[in-house]
Design a protein. Structure first.
Length: 69
């Protein structure tokens, strides 16, 4: 297994963790109240979700990337 693939797996795992934290944050009472009043989630929650998705895509890309020889 190449170093790039190992780094990809690590980035992918961090992305999943960030995404799960973001989704869990949307279920908290204060977050639901803010969402009902303003129509969107807090910046912190949004960044967890966005960052998680970006890391998942980036890590997935590194995992499936072909090796040049």
């Amino acid at each position: 297994m190449s170093l790039v693939r190992i780094i990809g797996i690590a980035i992918f795992a961090v992305g999943i963790i960030l995404f799960v934290f973001g989704i869990q944050a949307t279920q908290k009472v204060h977050e639901e109240v803010i969402e009902k009043v303003t129509g969107h989630y807090t910046d912190k929650t949004a960044w967890y979700i966005i960052g998680g998705v970006v890391f998942i895509v980036l890590g997935g890309g590194l995992i499936v990337r072909r090796q040049r020889r």
